[in-house]
Design a binder for this molecule. Structure first.
Ligand code: AVJ
Length: 325
């Protein structure tokens, strides 16, 4: 996230990460908001609900892959060494337990560094995992992804970085490569990255996953506006926006938008900003890229990783890639 600094005349709130992102996004054309805005306490709760929706296949598909192949994944990653696991964007780490369980079957004790921006999610992860899995020590670390990765001392063990859940799908391809390069720089040759990505599939299945019948995804999308209302005193009327999910074939991504149902003007007092929207105009709130095999391999190679192994489900809806630094 980048903070506006060259505009000394803007109010103080415009210099916070949230204020700066909202100012930039809502004065841009087309209007955008970054997906990290979704994840306040309410948004994180809604995302947890999304992962359990019948239409939202990614979480359960990835879990089924990890569950079916955990021993093989851990064996392939470890080789003849012992592993230290590091997860980026760990959240409450509900899928990671499958890999940790496989790791303690091999090496009886494993250290798991869980990195996330949410301290409360990490506390829950630590409590649950240490209660359920004997031999696992959870080290929570609140902070930004890659910073400090290299400082994690693995005591001579081989580090395995987990970046699962298709979180990489939120990044533009160039930014995704940069993120993988940042990870790669922190690793020694031979250390591992486990990357989980959502694959291209039938358009209708993709669209339903982002526009569910119970409207949980709609609430999740609108939560970005709710957050701007509560944190920047804005007066977005959520009833005057409609949740939209689109498949952008050319860019191979699902897009989420908030479409203004009427011509309207919204005021954001903390930013001293009036935002005018035309009827039918949208605020683009998220990209969720979907991948093909070649695409994932290309990203990894550009970041100086090479593919070691690859697992998928019967329908090939989700991919888990093991890469070596
Ligand atoms: C957390 C980025 C993987 O793109 O599927 C779910 C977020 N957005 N429903 C995804 C999300 C709408 C999710 N990621």
């Amino acid at each position: 996230m980048h903070v506006l600094s060259a505009c000394p005349n803007l109010p103080e709130a415009a210099h916070t990460p949230l204020g700066s992102e909202v100012y930039r996004g809502l004065t841009a054309r087309p209007k955008t908001l970054s997906p990290w805005l979704f994840y306040d306490a309410r948004g994180s709760e809604l995302f947890e609900q999304i992962t359990e929706l019948p239409e939202y296949y990614p979480t359960r598909t990835e879990r089924s892959i990890l569950s079916a192949h955990a021993d093989q994944i851990v064996a392939a990653a470890a080789g003849c060494e012992e592993l230290t696991m590091i997860e980026l964007g760990a959240g409450t780490a509900t899928k990671t337990g499958l890999l940790l369980k496989a790791a303690v079957r091999r090496q009886s004790e494993v250290t798991y560094h869980a990195i996330d921006v949410s301290g409360t999610a990490l506390d829950e992860a630590k409590r649950r995992i240490e209660a359920e899995l004997e031999g696992v020590a959870v080290v929570p670390r609140v902070g930004d992804y890659t910073q400090g990765l290299g400082q994690i001392n693995a005591d001579g063990q081989r580090r395995m970085v987990l970046y699962i859940g298709s979180s990489i799908g939120n990044f533009e391809p160039e930014d995704a490569v940069q993120l993988l390069r940042d990870i790669r720089k922190e690793l020694r040759a031979g250390e591992k990255l486990l990357l989980g990505v959502d694959m291209v599939k039938d358009r209708e299945i993709l669209l339903k996953a982002y526009d569910d019948a119970a409207h949980v995804t709609a609430a999740f999308n609108k939560n970005a506006l709710e957050r701007i209302n509560s944190e920047l005193d804005a007066d977005f009327n959520l009833n005057l926006f409609r949740h939209r999910a689109r498949w952008n074939e050319e860019c191979s991504r699902i897009e989420m938008h908030l479409e203004s149902l009427i011509a309207q003007s919204v005021s954001i007092p903390a930013l001293e900003l009036e935002v005018k929207l035309q009827r039918g105009e949208t605020i683009h709130t998220e990209n969720s890229y979907k991948f093909r095999d070649e695409g994932v391999i290309g990203l990894l190679e550009r970041a100086d990783f090479h593919l070691s192994d690859h697992w998928t489900d019967e329908r090939e809806w989700f991919g888990v890639y093991l890469a070596t630094a």
